[in-house]
Design a protein. Structure first.
Lengths: 366, 326
């Protein structure tokens, strides 16, 4: 008997598949990660109960989630926006750091009342992040130099500069630690409610701005058009150069605001390891929420829950919080696997004749 | 000065081997048209796996082999996603780095306390007595020699073997290769798996020969430098040898720059102007940016200069291939 696997492109995606995919991928990632927990002799159900139930039902868990969500949402937007124009910004981490450094410098060296100082810190951060993102954007827009590689490499440049500044010119506080001096009260982002700083408002505002820009303005239309077919867009009189530069520069500014929010809102000073790579987590966030800025917000909140829950799990069970990284990676790996089944219909075909016209992506493999 | 130079060269060789192994693997994968940004994760998996096997069995060669196998295992996921499922290579690669980092941190914490003897150093008679360079180049671990040998192997494989030439054709023009009867899928799988094996070997060398211990995240961005190195080398094995030693030298200089005095004497003209600049440029962290900046410059220069089509980037890099024509 002749058994063949047929793979055909789907005409349209059934609704259950479209809406079920994110849920399915998250559940699959949790299921596989449960094996990892079991291998370290930890009961996965108990660990997940700590991770999610405790985070979502205690005041501490909820405030921490909102605080962590601020940089995650903002860096998520920094990846999301270029993605809409068909570009890959995997350097949001570097833009976050560049912005955080510039904003911190202003916060430590300029004396103004808080109402003026905090916005000035955000502005300085945004400019630095925009410049940092502008380099790969310009190289891509002008010369077609691959923005994926350059934005990534600039992240490592930013990390080295951060290390230089915190051990040299910007080093402060007691001891010889790689950290800056503490912020004054004026340079600290005020709290909205107990434990939640006003950076959350900035993040939500930027989500709204992005949403309106993408869905209600001509600019958003141009970005989407260039993203889907830049040659046709250019024939329609749109400027690919302008769009490429814009999505990156605005994205970089978003990531930078995420950086300074975390430092001036949650940390109180710049520490060398003040964040666990939010700019890299931004990639799964943007991929999970790539259909709209609102979904980026939701994905950011979800990953914030993971981060907070991961820390509680580490304390309660003594297992490394690195499980969170495994879950994040698996969510996206399952997501891109699911994309395939969303776009192609796979079916088993028995007794297929030699004249079967089905498409075999495995080609001459078998 | 002589001992400084000898020490510097020794550290350069050690740093270069890691980059060379990982870079050669990435080069093969990219020449076949598959970008692998999971190198860092594959190196970490190889480093931890190799370390555990060496601690348990006492054999560093078994550990080295385990590192290669584990690197290939993670690469298999990349191959399946990018080649069979035609997923985005960038997404898959970045996520595999994240996965490799997560897995090794999660399972590796128990092994941080262990220590091993690691690969012994082999001295080549007579050559080792050459002043300055002898100790650095001719008293090394077997894996250092292996990495150098691999440059020749990869160069020969890609330029003079049928399989290698087919592999390059798959990375340049998969449709044409398919028409000529070359199996695009099989060769891309092979290239990605070889690449993963090299990355795993680089990681195993790192934990077994270079530092002889395991620390989470011990690759410290070397996988990304390897990706940069491939561009810097313009996808050519021999240039990669030069690039790996250049980047290795920068790495070695970073740790020693403080003891190196390149500043002008206080009476020299312009000393007050030049010296602060030199001192700044020789700061270890600032030197740490050079490999990345150099790669950006080389990449930009190559792209801009070769608008006239001389860039060596494989034409079908990042493109998944399917036989569907409609």
């Amino acid at each position: 008997m002749n058994v063949a696997i047929d793979v055909n492109a789907r005409e349209d995606v059934p609704a259950w598949l479209a809406y079920g995919t994110p849920v399915f991928t998250v559940l699959a990632a949790l299921a596989v990660s449960a094996v990892a927990l079991q291998l370290l002799d930890v009961n996965p159900l108990a660990a997940y109960a700590t991770m999610f139930v405790e985070t979502l039902t205690t005041e501490f868990g909820l405030t921490e989630t909102l605080v962590k969500a601020v940089p995650l949402i903002l860096t998520g937007l920094a990846v999301y926006l270029p993605l809409k124009a068909g570009l890959f910004n995997i350097g949001a981490e570097g833009q976050l750091i560049a912005g955080a450094l510039a904003g911190t410098w202003v916060g430590l060296n300029v004396s103004l009342p808080g109402l003026a100082l905090v916005p000035l810190m955000f502005a300085a951060a945004a400019v630095a992040g925009a410049v940092w993102a502008g380099i790969p954007a310009w190289l891509r827009a002008k010369w077609d130099v691959n923005e994926i590689i350059t934005s990534l490499l600039l992240t490592f440049v930013a990390l080295e500069i951060q290390s230089y500044l915190l051990r040299g010119p910007m080093q402060g506080g007691t001891g010889n630690f790689p950290q800056s001096a503490r912020f004054s009260d004026a340079a600290t982002i005020p709290e909205l409610a107990s434990g939640v700083h006003a950076g959350l408002l900035v993040a939500v505002a930027m989500v709204v701005v992005t949403y309106v820009m993408m869905n209600k303005t001509r600019l958003g239309f141009e970005i989407t058009f260039v993203g889907s077919n830049h040659e046709a867009a250019q024939q329609a009189g749109m400027s690919r150069f302008k769009v490429y530069l814009l999505v990156f520069v605005v994205g970089g500014a978003f990531a930078a605001m995420g950086g300074i929010s975390e430092i001036a809102g949650a940390q109180g000073r710049y520490r060398a390891a003040f964040e666990p790579g939010y700019g890299f987590t931004a990639i799964p966030i943007a991929l999970l929420g790539r259909n709209s800025a609102i979904k980026v917000l939701l994905a950011g909140l979800f990953f914030a829950v993971l981060f907070v829950g991961g820390s509680s799990m580490e304390v309660a069970f003594g297992v490394p919080a690195a499980l969170v990284e495994i879950i994040q990676a698996l969510v996206i790996l399952f997501l891109i696997t699911a994309e395939f089944f969303k776009n192609y219909r796979v079916s088993l075909d028995f007794d297929r004749g030699p004249s079967g016209a089905a498409v075999e992506p495995q080609g001459g493999d078998d | 000065m002589v001992s400084f130079l000898a020490g510097l060269l020794d550290a350069t060789v050690q740093a270069a081997t890691v980059l060379l192994l990982a870079g050669l693997g990435e080069l093969i994968s990219e020449r076949a048209g598959v970008l692998n940004l999971g190198v860092e994760g594959m190196m970490l998996v190889g480093a931890l796996g190799g370390f555990i096997v060496t601690v348990v069995t006492g054999s560093y060669w078994l550990g080295f082999a385990a590192g290669i196998v584990l690197g290939m295992l993670l690469a298999l996921v990349h191959a399946f996603l990018c080649i069979t499922l035609k997923s985005n290579q960038v997404i898959s690669g970045v996520m595999l780095t994240l996965l490799g980092t997560g897995i090794t941190t999660f399972f590796g914490s128990a092994w941080v306390e262990e220590s091993i003897d690691g690969f012994p150093q082999i001295a080549i008679p007579f050559l080792v007595d050459i002043p300055v360079v002898g100790e650095a180049f001719f008293r090394s671990t077997a894996t250092d020699y292996l990495a150098l040998f691999m440059v020749v192997v990869v160069w020969y494989f890609l330029n003079h073997s049928n399989l290698g030439l087919e592999m390059i054709s798959v990375g340049e023009d998969p449709e044409m290769a398919d028409t000529m009867g070359v199996s695009v899928f099989r060769l891309r799988y092979l290239a990605v798996l070889i690449g993963g094996g090299f990355a795993g070997a680089a990681g195993a060398h790192l934990s077994l020969a270079f530092s002889q211990l395991w620390v989470p995240g011990m690759t410290a961005g070397r996988g990304w430098i390897a990706v940069a190195l491939v561009i810097f080398a313009q996808w050519r094995p021999r240039r990669m040898l030069v690039g790996a030693y250049l980047f290795g030298l920068l790495d070695a200089l970073q740790l020693r720059s403080q003891s190196l005095s390149l500043t002008l004497g206080p009476d020299a003209p312009l000393a007050s102007l030049v010296n602060p600049v030199v001192e700044f440029l020789m700061t270890p962290q600032i030197m740490g940016t050079y490999p990345y900046l150099a790669t950006i410059v080389v990449l930009a220069y190559a792209v801009i200069r070769t608008k006239s089509d001389r860039l060596a980037v494989p034409s079908a890099l990042l493109q998944s291939y399917s036989r569907e024509t409609d």
